[in-house]
Design a protein around this ligand. Sequence first.
Ligand code: CP
Ligand code: NVA
Length: 302
Amino acid sequence: MKRDILSVLDMKNDLEELINFAMEVKKNPGKYSESLKQKSLAMIFEKPSTRTRTSFEVAMTQLGGHALYMNPKDLQLGRGETIEDTARVLSRFVNGIIYRAFDHNMMITLARNSTVPVINALDDYEHPAQILADLLTVKEKKGKLKGLKISFIGDGNNVARSLMFGCAIVGADFYLATPRGFELKNDDIEKAKSVAGNKSKIVITNDPVEAAKDADVIYTDVWVSMGEESQREEKEKIFRNYQINAELVKHAKKDYIFMHCLPAHRGLEVTGDVIDGPNSVVFDEAENRLHAQKAMLIRLLS
Ligand code: CP
Ligand code: NVA
């Protein structure tokens, strides 16, 4: 049976194991240099990418395999071939597919029609590959995950949702502070709470200070995600009080870490002094995309 990772919840039973395996792969890269020898990965990107594209492609090279970047405009997909047929055909050539999509339903359709594993490389609903790297980073910096307070302050978006699911699985307390109307959907919150059980808390608030208070991790993301460009002006006004700045991080633990999936906009969701300051781990976090995804690819494709 092939395995897809379309949501962080698809790692519900082995997220900690994947994090530990990523640490092992990071420590001993040479040991895995032929793990995916002769394997190919198709990478379909409907939206731009710096980190995800590069880290998956380099991961395949370092594992002895090969990655093919595909822009839908250059595929027959852009001329009306269906996503179903694209999935069926690619499955005859490659050993796995990563897909960055506008629409989560397209992600599901691609996965259902592929006979090889599909990994969500970000869609409007989730960003699971990001969260594996993020939790790896937290574990490296803090030595543990369980019992930490991890706070996402900003937009209740794809990254926030995936982080909530990830925290619920590993037993970290998750706080989400958004402006009114930008919270995650109740269904998702309930899903996270049921996964967390009595291991950890899932707290949804409109108060950034409540989220920042005694936090071990403060995480933010862009206010305007890809595909939302027409809302830029309005959102930048609404989110002004949710900026991560020196004033807000004073409420966090002294040794808090600042995280951001990147790309960042200094002066909007975060100030330069925070993202470029001593508590920021954003570039280690970015690097960990590579190590985390190598672990994921080895588990799914070999
Ligand atoms: N964080 C992230 O997914 O970055 P890219 O959009 O550059 O891939
Ligand atoms: N929420 C952002 C994440 C970018 C990596 C977006 O979807 O554009």
